[in-house]
Design a protein around this ligand. Structure first.
Ligand code: IPE
Ligand code: IPE
Ligand code: MG
Ligand code: MG
Length: 326
């Protein structure tokens, strides 16, 4: 990929202190719950992560004049929701590494992992309720339903379907919907009207779609040591993502691809050969170009919003979604 145009600092500095408060809020300070649950939450909270969703929430809310404490609670709810989906996602995918450290399912039984995820979902809902906004609660619940539906679609579609439309629907559900939540919910607790909600909805949708496309590209091009999670994993799971879809469009007669589409994911030699072919093909550039189109539309959605440093940071964040290598 090309050299980066933006770095995280371009949008992070403005909200750095707020992010610290968000992380503080995500932790539990009482002994109300089983110590293992508290330990799991601590393990997850201290493992870092880009915090991209709460940063979207904080920048949006600050741009639009939301009250600070409420915004921090909302951002904590959103990062916890994201964290809970990762706990379940890693169990579903059988992934043993995330953010460079072992996942919950690497150490615990599936049953305990499911419960740990549920616990974090519940903590997220508690914070969402603390915003005292029925609209936020409603969007929060709708988003969770959409994500679960997206994950189950992916699970049941693991026979290598190669329809672009299906792919875009699936990544909206599993990923972009949460970016919509991150941006729009901040608008919902700000002193602004419907037209602004719609712009933030679009911004969240567009960067969320781009974000997942880039995640899917990084699954082919990234290094495990950099991204902190196993790479070249999607094909192995029989998951056909945008780079593979484009590759198939360019090389409809590729025999390795045909095997994957027929449901042969176990042949390591074919898989690594196919992954290598995809990595070296134009499919990667095509996928990035598609992600860039989403980012362009995200930038357009920001037009007409208050022109302040927070808006500029949201612009940089949208560009970072493409430029990131982690
Ligand atoms: C990973 O999200 C899950 C996807 C939707 C691709 P992130 O890449 O934001 O994960 P962290 O929070 O930075 O670890
Ligand atoms: C994760 O998508 C989406 C959700 C967590 C709902 P991926 O499966 O692509 O995410 P990674 O690659 O494991 O982070
Ligand atoms: Mg996964
Ligand atoms: Mg992925």
């Amino acid at each position: 990929m090309e050299k980066s145009r933006v770095s995280k600092a371009d949008f992070f500095t403005l909200v750095e202190q707020c992010v610290e408060k968000v992380e503080e809020r995500m932790r539990i300070r009482s002994n109300e719950y089983h110590p293992e649950l508290q330990a799991a939450l601590e393990h997850l909270t201290s493992s870092g992560g880009k915090r991209i969703r709460p940063i979207v929430t904080l920048l949006t809310g600050e741009m639009l004049g939301a009250e600070n404490e409420r915004l921090i609670t909302l951002a904590a709810a959103i990062e916890l929701l994201h964290t809970a989906t990762l706990v379940h996602d890693d169990l579903i995918d059988g992934s043993l590494l995330r953010r460079g450290i072992p996942t919950i399912n690497a150490r615990w039984s599936p049953a305990a992992t499911v419960l740990a995820g549920d616990f974090i979902f519940a903590r997220a809902a508690m914070f969402a309720a603390e915003t005292n906004s029925i609209e936020v609660m409603r969007l929060f619940a709708q988003t969770l339903a959409t994500i679960v539906s997206g994950e189950i679609t992916q699970l049941f579609a693991r026979r290598g379907e190669v329809m672009r439309d299906e792919y875009f629907k699936r990544i909206y559900a599993k990923t972009a919907s949460m970016f919509v939540l991150a941006a729009k919910s901040a608008a919902l607790i700000s002193p602004v009207g419907e037209d602004i909600f719609a712009k933030l909805h679009t911004y969240g949708y567009e960067i969320g779609m781009a974000f997942q496309i880039v995640d899917d590209v990084l699954d082919f091009t990234g290094e495990q040591a950099t991204v902190g999670k196993p790479v070249a994993n999607d094909l192995r799971q029989g998951l056909v993502t945008l780079p593979a879809i484009y590759y198939y469009e360019i090389y409809p007669d590729d025999l390795d691809m045909a095997s994957v589409l027929e449901g042969v994911f176990q042949n390591e030699q074919k898989l690594s050969r196919l992954a290598e072919s995809i990595r070296n093909s134009d499919a990667i550039g095509f996928a990035i170009a598609e992600a860039e189109k989403y980012v362009e539309r995200a930038l357009t959605a920001l037009e007409g919003l208050p022109d302040n440093p927070h808006r500029q940071a949201l612009e940089s964040l949208a560009e970072y979604v493409i430029d990131r290598n982690i």
